[in-house]
Design a protein around this ligand. Sequence first.
Ligand SMILES: [Zn+2]
Length: 341
Amino acid sequence: MRVADMHCDTLLGLVEKRVQGLDTGIFENDLHIDLKKMKQGNYLLQNFAMFGHMEKLKDVMPLPEYGFRLADLFLTEMRKYPDLIGIVKSYQDIEDNMKAGKMSAMLTMEEGAICEGKLEYLRIFYELGVRMFTFTWNFANELAWPNRVIPGALAPSGLAAPGKFVPETEHGLTEKGFEFLAEMERLGMILDISHLGDKGIFDVIEHATKPFVASHSNARAICGHARNLSDEMIRGLAEKGGVMGMNYCPAFLRDRELWSPGQNVSLDDVVRHIRHIINVGGIDCIGLGSDYDGTNISFEMNGAADMPMLEQKLREEKFTEDEIDKIFYKNVLRVYKEVLK
Ligand SMILES: [Zn+2]
């Protein structure tokens, strides 16, 4: 089965290796994702996020400079292997790569603060190839407020306990955030609601005129973390023709309070989320968004080469071939075809 994955933090993984003085590249490494593992896992397309930790970066370099450096890393690494993978900026590029037997790589931005609230920077990053954009990571910025729970309602573990979870619902997109939304739609950039707070997500559901994504978010009814989407959000996303990517981060798969000692998350948890999302939003709104290299993975599907395990599991769970096709790549490609120019 072909794989289209909407989110990984492998660029950050490469940066961290380089900070350690290692000359780690994208072809082969000990991260979750490299080109060799993607080939083994039969990948069609991987999004590579430019993740920025605002608080850690602010004393190191200006955020836009950090963004330019990550874009350069992405372009430089991918262009070393033109027979294996092609950078995509349009839907046609994806089709051309498929015809040429190559995988596709798309650049995305995870943390709108990298643009410092300037539409000029958004447009420059578009020119560099950014085709998907989260308004925030886990900090408030010029554009929007991130997912939060109301202090005092947090379980001691820092994760939301079932029944105690109270999301912050007052702060959404700022005026500038709405300007970015409109400019992204004009440019043909895909809006990504992952990491946004509840109000921001509903702001996008209400104002978006094209399909959008939650690139790496699961179902809140199955695991109550504020990063996951409520049923109302899933329905809103599905009604706009959007798609949400299954995230393998343990904290988004199962509430910690439901774990038995020594027990870990498993592919069964992934299947529970997928089933729920299909029940709520239909088969057309579910895709993949691994969060590989952005989270610890504590089950057997420990990297790109292992993706056939999920395919096998879904077959065992009696999903049809059509359903598996949609989950693995067809829904994601449908949205890309509709939004990218
Ligand atoms: Zn993330």
